[in-house]
Ligand binder design. Structure first.
Ligand code: FES
Ligand SMILES: [Fe+2]
Length: 438
């Protein structure tokens, strides 16, 4: 349970708020690179700011304020030029640094272009990496954009999967340090949606949480597992400040504003060894729906089950009305660490986990329970039998709504068809899979 004031501290992300300013010190993935195969300009809202993301004719990405400073036209209707974005109303043009570079009629009248020179709009640094577009909205200089080791994995198929979730970012991130929910949200709920009399899956017996440079690691032991299980020896990473790393995928929770969050998954599926060498030409990206055609929540896929749980907590969950228990030790640690960080940064200290040394930013290691498999690969048979990764040979379990063209490309990569099941057995959902389950 938290006070109302402390809850505000965790959840408010607009400009000038402590958490908003804190999170702006990090790079955040905000879109898929492949979105810009079809379009050049799109509106985007981040940290309570309305912005426009564009790719100019020179191939450079830019992120600028949405309103044109001339007479407030919407720059999302703008069109790109060789080096920047031009407002569709009177043609003022801006480069990716926000500098106005052309004011067509003004420059006829004022050949010294004095108005143009002093016209500058808000602009943020953006870069493409691993099929994602990343934004840095903090003070200069920007830290390194992390080169996490999985971004350099080979012989696999990556995809970027997004959804807009109508709730605050922090309750999404608390989920990154909440091992118990796997048993209920992803196992028992999945089972009961198919069979209302199904047995409950083996329960958790113990959890532990450890802090490291780039976040926390949580470990869990379930009733059917031994202490040699990789979920107990290695665990999973609560990646600081707003992500979750599970060995074969990342999940980011990027604030759109206080009541909306961009969920962005980066999922990497190793192709069977029989398909090697495999080089992915292009990393696809797609948005999935969170409700079905009747307006009901989609609760079949892993991420969708999480979305329903998070939104169900309320747009900004009221932490003055909680009953925390032993299952929430990680959550308490996470909150405490954020409060410490906000104080430390107010005193001028460097935020946790920032990479500022370019020499250190190569293939940065993160603990992973399936790293050997991701580096070494597996035969089709071994992959199919893998308790965590095998399900991906049967379909994309991560999130509902994978477009056909992505599925086609994935099937071509793995050299087989998937079966398009409605529900999936994951994370130890069924007793028969429990022996080696992660
Ligand atoms: S409003 Fe944009 S150029 Fe006039
Ligand atoms: Fe989950």
């Amino acid at each position: 349970m938290l006070s109302h004031e402390k809850n505000k501290l965790l959840t408010e992300v607009g400009p000038g708020t402590p958490m908003g300013d804190y999170l702006r010190r990090y790079w955040h993935p905000v879109a898929g690179v492949s979105e810009f195969d079809q379009k050049s300009v799109r509106p985007i809202r981040l940290f309570g700011e309305d912005l426009v993301l564009f790719k100019d004719l020179g191939g450079k990405f830019g992120l600028v304020q949405r309103r044109c400073p001339h007479r407030n036209a919407d720059l999302a209707f703008g069109f790109v030029e060789q080096c920047g974005l031009r407002c569709a109303y009177h043609g003022w043009e801006f480069d990716a640094k926000g500098q106005c570079t052309h004011q067509p009629y003004e420059e006829i009248v004022d050949v010294d272009a004095r108005l143009r020179q002093k016209t500058k709009i808000t602009a943020y640094e953006v870069r493409a990496k691993a099929g994602m577009i990343w934004a840095y909205m903090g003070p200069a200089p920007a830290p390194e954009l992390p080169d996490w080791e999985p971004f350099n994995y080979t012989n696999g198929f990556a995809q970027v999967v997004m959804a807009e979730i109508p709730c605050n970012w922090f309750q999404c991130q608390e989920n990154s340090i909440d091992p118990i929910h796997f048993e209920w949200t992803h196992n028992n709920w999945t089972e009961r949606q198919q069979d209302s009399h199904s047995e409950h899956v083996p329960t958790h017996l113990s959890t532990k949480y450890e802090e490291f440079d780039y976040g926390f690691v949580y470990k869990r032991l379930r009733a059917h597992e031994t202490e040699q299980n990789p979920m107990w020896t290695t665990g999973r990473v609560t990646l600081w400040p707003n992500a979750f790393y599970l060995g074969h995928h990342f999940e980011w929770r990027v604030p759109i504003d206080d009541e909306n969050t961009l969920s962005l998954l980066w999922v990497f599926n190793k192709v069977p060894k029989e398909q090697e060498p495999y080089v992915q030409e292009k990393i696809p990206s797609w948005y999935g729906p969170i409700r079905d055609e009747n307006g009901d929540w989609i609760t079949s896929h892993v991420a969708n089950q999480d979305f329903a749980a998070w939104v169900g907590q309320g747009a900004i969950t009221d932490r003055t009305k909680e009953t925390l228990g032993a299952s929430d030790r990680g959550i308490v640690m996470l909150r405490r660490r954020f409060f410490e960080e906000l104080e430390a940064v107010a005193e001028g200290k460097t935020p946790k986990g920032l990479i500022t040394d370019s020499a250190a930013n190569h293939n940065v290691f993160l603990p992973s329970a399936c790293r050997d498999e991701m580096l070494g690969g597996m035969t089709r048979e071994a992959l199919s039998a893998h308790p965590l990764l095998g399900a991906y040979l049967r379909d994309f379990i991560g999130q509902y709504g994978q477009p056909d063209h992505v599925r086609d490309a994935y099937e071509a990569a793995i050299g087989q068809k998937v079966n398009r099941a409605r529900f999936f057995s994951v994370h130890g959902a069924r007793q028969k899979e429990e022996a080696e389950s992660t």
